[in-house]
Write a protein that binds this ligand. Structure first.
Ligand code: ADP
Ligand code: ASP
Ligand code: MG
Length: 410
């Protein structure tokens, strides 16, 4: 009997009817003879609602209490799914992250998994039970409940699949696979039949929210095949794998976007060794991730340093940067939180020239100004005005002919 780990996201368990739908799907697979561990997210917008409640009682909630509160969302779902399975005559047991053996570090709100103690899950599987696990959460060495970050329910199933040596990890969501762009924005987006871990990691790191980047990363490290498919339809989804993509014939695989980008410019920075480290080290210490960094050529030993970050982090970053700017004698700090970014991703990019110019031409033809650019081997990202993001996605999708069938399928 093969073991599979499944995950059902928030929309797929948003109400009682959808929970019953999940239970029916799980029951069918169980009856067909598969061993199943099923990870669930909080129902619908529960996590947002809990955060909204928090904002009504506290400006600075204690990280420990916040994690305990947020972990309850997933706990409600896992219990209801187990009950729904019992009603269908299926033996099932629901476990919290801690009961499932997910050990994490102590970084509340962004905990990383240190290891999985699988004994309890294995015992339950041996008894023939379906095991339902609350996603997104674990327990630290100090026995504190931790959560792993927004959207992090995707990480739990891949970690469990690796630890339990499962045959495959199946992520069920409200779209039937990974598309060439967010189908909510680009109606011509096309479902990809497969994508490599490397491509998916880049794709989700720059905004393709369908799978958490750390899920692709774990899949890559442990070589776990990951399927992304619909929880509502019985259609083949997208397989994320470690091989060479069958479709990498010099193609851009997808367009990702992120509408929540901010930028900070420190003007008149004295151009001497150690200044960049002096600015970015304190930001790293405050766990603020900086993205694209541009330093202008210096004029009379003064330079401008610009970097982007998630718009949600700007409030925390500004006072830190202002303090440093004062210390090093920089002229001023200017913040802009009205930006977004759009990226093209695909392994084809590394082997053929011309992608960047084609991208810039398509954006300029659409009247979109590029403010900053960053690249990796398989990705090109442009920082643009937030209001231009959706047009940019559609313009690039058309320019790279992503609505057409993959070459391998022709
Ligand atoms: P879940 O609650 O199941 O985790 P999410 O909302 O986190 O679901 O992820 C699914 C959503 O991701 C889709 O509804 C879609 O709008 C969005 N999305 C963004 N980019 C892509 C893409 N390239 N392919 C598919 N979906 C995408
Ligand atoms: N419930 C958490 C969130 O909304 C985790 C997840 O659903 O992936 O971010
Ligand atoms: Mg998600």
């Amino acid at each position: 009997m093969a073991l599979f780990v499944q995950k059902y996201g928030g929309t797929s368990v948003a109400d009682a009817e959808r929970i019953q739908n999940v239970a029916r799907r799980v029951a069918a697979r169980h009856r067909a003879g598969d061993k199943l561990v099923v990870v669930v997210s909080a129902m619908g917008k529960t996590t947002d609602q809990l955060l909204e409640l928090v904002s009504q009682v506290s400006d600075q909630p204690e990280a420990r209490e916040l994690d305990v509160l947020l972990s309850t969302g997933e706990m409600v779902t896992k219990t209801l799914v187990a009950m729904a399975l019992h009603s269908l005559g299926v033996e099932a047991v629901s476990l919290t992250g801690a009961q499932a053996g997910l050990r994490t570090d102590t970084a509340h709100g962004r905990a990383r998994i240190l290891g999985v103690e699988t004994a309890r899950i294995e015992r339950e599987l041996e008894r023939g039970r379906v095991v339902i696990v609350a996603g997104f959460q674990g327990i630290s060495e100090e026995m504190e409940v931790t959560t792993m970050g927004r959207g992090a329910s995707d990480i739990t199933p891949v970690a469990l699949a690796a630890a339990l040596d499962a045959k495959q990890c199946e992520i069920y969501t409200d779209v039937d696979g990974v598309y060439s762009a967010d189908p909510r924005i680009e109606p011509n987006a096309r479902k990809l039949s497969d994508i490599t871990y490397e491509e998916m990691l880049e794709f989700s790191s720059v905004g393709a929210g369908v799978l958490h980047p750390r899920a692709s990363e774990l899949g890559m490290v442990y070589n776990i095949p990951i399927i992304v498919a619909s929880s509502f339809k019985d259609e083949p989804g997208t397989i994320i794998h470690g091989g060479v993509s069958m479709e990498q014939f010099n193609r851009v695989r997808g367009i990702a976007h992120d509408s929540q980008v901010a930028k900070v410019t420190v003007r008149g920075v004295p151009d001497r060794p150690g200044i960049a480290a002096g600015i970015f080290e304190p930001l790293a210490e405050h766990r603020i991730s900086v993205d694209t960094i541009v330093q202008n050529a210096s004029v009379e030993r003064l330079t401008d340093l610009t970097f982007t970050l998630a718009a949600g982090e700007l409030q925390a970053a500004t006072p830190i940067v202002q303090e440093l700017a004062n210390k090093i004698g920089a002229a001023e700090v200017v913040a802009d939180d009205d930006l977004g970014k759009v990226s093209i991703v695909g392994t084809g990019i590394q082997s053929a020239p011309g992608y960047a110019s084609r991208m810039f031409r398509a954006l300029s033809d659409a009247g979109i100004n590029v403010e900053m650019i960053s690249t990796s081997e398989i990705r090109i990202t442009c920082i643009i005005r937030r209001a231009d993001v959706e047009n940019a996605v559609r313009a690039l999708h058309a320019a790279f002919e992503l609505e057409k069938a993959d070459v391998a399928e022709l």
